[in-house]
Design a protein around this ligand. Structure first.
Ligand SMILES: [Fe+2]
Ligand SMILES: [Fe+2]
Length: 147
């Protein structure tokens, strides 16, 4: 079983890689396909964090109530940004503006998790718990509702 923190970091890394590919893609077909992968990955990741990780953060981290509330608000901003990209044809100027917004919103949130929420959770949990949560996180990702 894998520590949930490792799994979350792996997802962040994978999404950053997808963003790079999307921003480098030259055909509208590739851009559409890569955006679909970004959307699927972000929706599953956010949903699984909300189901499996944040409830524990809320309970076990001293500032966890505030941290998880802010994180869910940031997820909602990411979901709005995803919708904005989906509303435009790939390759158009407005599509790229929406992609830029999505990348900035996601990077900000990932930074908050990696420098605050996750280290705080690591301090207030043990390896067995994090491994069990890792198993549940992977399961939640496969069952997440996606667009
Ligand atoms: Fe995350
Ligand atoms: Fe998150």
């Amino acid at each position: 079983m894998t520590d949930i923190i490792e799994l979350v970091l792996q997802d962040h890394h994978a999404v950053a890689g997808l963003f790079d590919k999307l921003q480098a893609a030259t055909s509208a077909d590739d851009q559409t396909e890569l955006f679909a992968q970004v959307r699927d990955a972000l929706e599953r990741h956010a949903s699984a964090e909300e189901k499996v990780l944040y409830p524990r953060v809320r309970k076990e981290v001293p500032d966890g109530r505030e941290e998880s509330k802010d994180a869910i608000e940031e997820h909602d901003q990411i979901r709005e940004a995803l919708k904005e990209v989906a509303d435009h044809d790939a390759g158009t100027t407005v599509f790229w503006l929406a992609v830029d917004q999505l990348v900035a919103t996601t990077k900000h949130h990932v930074g908050v998790e990696e420098t605050g929420l996750l280290p705080d959770f690591r301090k207030n949990s043990d390896a067995d718990e994090r491994a069990e949560l890792g198993r549940r996180f992977e399961e939640a990702k496969t069952k997440a509702p996606v667009s």
